[in-house]
Design a protein around this ligand. Structure first.
Ligand code: FAD
Ligand code: MLT
Ligand code: ZN
Length: 493
């Protein structure tokens, strides 16, 4: 398997020229174009934020960023690009972790950030219809006074957009309770590569009228069209939420703990998140969340954050307190200790320990991020064996790999295996791949649980998908985008 990040798009595409930019100027307001080819040329610095990805690993060379304000403008842009065979890279909040949101070469960046209006909200059904460029946190704040929440939550909520969430089929911290976007997204509006507007923006809960085409756009990572609006079901806000961080003496206790917690908390359990000791130490080192006391962390090999969301505070607190007491007084306790949030500030601070790992990792160094689905029983073994593998290659030292850590959505079988290095080095890359993908394949897991394929994992698709599936994906791509203009080099090689 060849490395894909540098693989050129299979289809011959054209670069944007001054004539194209002049045409875009007839469609868009001057402030909606950032281009080094326009009459008021943008500098490289101005273009850099659109060409660089969040982890600093992928870099495009786009000369032109278009920021349409309406679906009609998106349609006209795509129609032109399709006719002229110009590649288009849709970009939301640019928080994606697999290099999907930045061009590989000099594709046009189509930023959705100016499409940020809420179209409607029905407080009875809880259905929200919003432009694709609405930021997740903005939507959360919008529905809050109506006593609703977004069905999705993730550490990037302050920057990521709902269109990006849908396009990556992002999982996040609430999937355990509210399920995936394949269930909560009711409809989408999409501009197809030839400029056709596909209006599937239904607000119906039930609609069994043949093929459910919107599902193809959920997780398509911009390879089939541009999502311009989303209709999504927002659940009622829980009356009470609480959380506790549990310190475990050994990883082998995580599985029985999960079973116990599910049994005892049943309907109020809303998250069961895992961080290993290295992840915890990094989060604390980089100032994320509330550090536990030395006594509380002593002898802890890993931590689990449990959140409850329910209808009545006293009832939920009683259940959570009973759980803690039962865990601590058991003959062979599964936990060393548990730290219960006592107020909203502590609640947020405990969450920050878990959510802040991503930020902490990026502050520590360059991150090789593997987002895998594997059996829960193998989580620790995979983290440990990767560390040993790197050690055996002589790469575990200050000038190469600084840390190997595991965290993630245990309740969903999703491990985030991160390797933090001093720099992105070919010898580390070669040690990690195909090693990790083979481990995943042997466990019949997935090489991407929730972050997607982007540019990073196109070569890794065969480890999780059969050739028959990949061939069907290529046929689907060809139906929607026969000229291959949409996000070339992403998802499919
Ligand atoms: P971008 O990064 O801009 O784009 C992502 C992909 O979608 C690209 O391929 C892009 O071309 C495409 N795209 C974007 N918008 C559109 C559109 N309107 N139409 C068509 N294609 C589009 N992910 C999880 O699943 N779970 C997590 O818990 C999680 N936590 C994160 C925490 C942090 C701190 C960070 C930085 C990232 C995290 N992510 C997580 C990664 C996640 O995929 C993104 O944060 C988010 O879903 C992407 O949204 P975005 O608007 O930033 O999209
Ligand atoms: C998370 O669960 O924290 C996110 O998916 C981001 C990451 O993997 O770092
Ligand atoms: Zn995650």
């Amino acid at each position: 398997h060849a490395r894909s990040a540098s693989t050129a798009p299979a289809v011959k595409l054209n670069s944007v020229g001054k004539d194209d930019v002049a045409h875009f100027s007839s469609i868009l307001a001057p402030t909606s174009i950032v281009s080094s080819l326009s009459t008021a040329p943008a500098t490289e610095d101005e273009l850099d934020q659109y060409n660089s990805d969040w982890i600093g690993r992928f870099k495009g060379q786009s000369t032109t960023v278009l920021k349409p304000k309406t679906t009609e403008e998106v349609s006209q842009i795509l129609k032109w690009c399709n006719e002229k065979r110009i590649g288009v890279c849709p970009q939301g909040g640019n928080t994606g972790l697999v290099g999907g949101s930045v061009p590989i070469k000099d594709e046009v960046v189509l930023s959705l950030s100016n499409m940020n209006k809420i179209r409607s909200f029905d407080p009875i059904s809880g259905v929200l219809v919003a432009d694709a460029g609405c930021i997740l946190q903005t939507l959360t704040d919008y529905v809050a006074p109506h006593h609703h929440i977004m069905p999705i939550d993730l550490g990037a909520k302050g920057s990521c957009q709902i269109g990006g969430n849908v396009s990556t089929n992002a999982g996040g911290l609430r999937l355990l309770r509210y399920g995936s976007l394949h269930g909560t997204v009711l409809g989408v509006e999409v501009v197809l590569p030839d400029g056709t507007i596909l209006d599937q923006l239904t607000t119906l809960r039930k609609d069994n009228t043949g093929y459910d085409i919107k599902q193809l756009f959920i997780g398509a990572e911009g390879t089939l069209g541009v999502v311009t609006a989303v209709s999504i079901l927002t659940p009622p806000a829980p009356q009470a939420s609480n959380n506790v961080i549990l310190a475990l003496p050994s990883f082998k206790n995580v599985l029985p703990l999960f079973q116990t917690v599910k049994r005892e908390l049943s309907e109020i359990l809303s998250a069961f998140e895992f961080i290993d000791r290295t992840a915890y130490d990094l989060a604390v080192k980089h100032g994320q969340g509330r550090a536990l006391t030395e006594e509380e962390v002593e002898g802890a090999e890993c931590f689990v954050l449990v959140e409850t969301s329910g209808g009545r505070r006293e009832h939920d607190e009683e259940k959570l307190n009973d759980l803690l007491e039962n865990l601590l007084t058991a003959d062979e306790p599964l936990i060393n200790t548990g730290v219960l949030a006592q107020n909203p500030a502590q609640f947020s601070s405990l969450w920050a320990l878990r959510e802040g790992v991503t930020e902490a990792v990026s502050k520590e160094g360059k991150a090789y991020k593997y987002d895998i689905s594997i059996p829960l029983s193998s989580f620790q073994e995979v983290v440990d064996s990767t560390r040993e593998h790197l050690r055996s290659k002589g790469l575990l030292h200050d000038k190469a790999v600084k840390a190997v850590l595991g965290y993630g959505h245990v309740g969903d079988g999703n491990l985030h295996l991160n390797i933090v290095a001093d720099a992105f080095l070919p010898e580390i890359q070669d040690a990690l791949e195909p090693y990790i993908y083979e481990v995943v394949q042997n466990l019949r897991g997935s090489v991407s649980a929730e972050h997607g394929i982007g540019a990073m994992k196109t070569h890794a698709l065969p480890y999780s998908k059969s050739q028959v599936s990949i061939d069907l994906m290529k046929k689907i791509k060809n139906v929607f985008d026969p000229n291959g203009i949409m996000n070339p080099g992403k998802v499919l090689e």
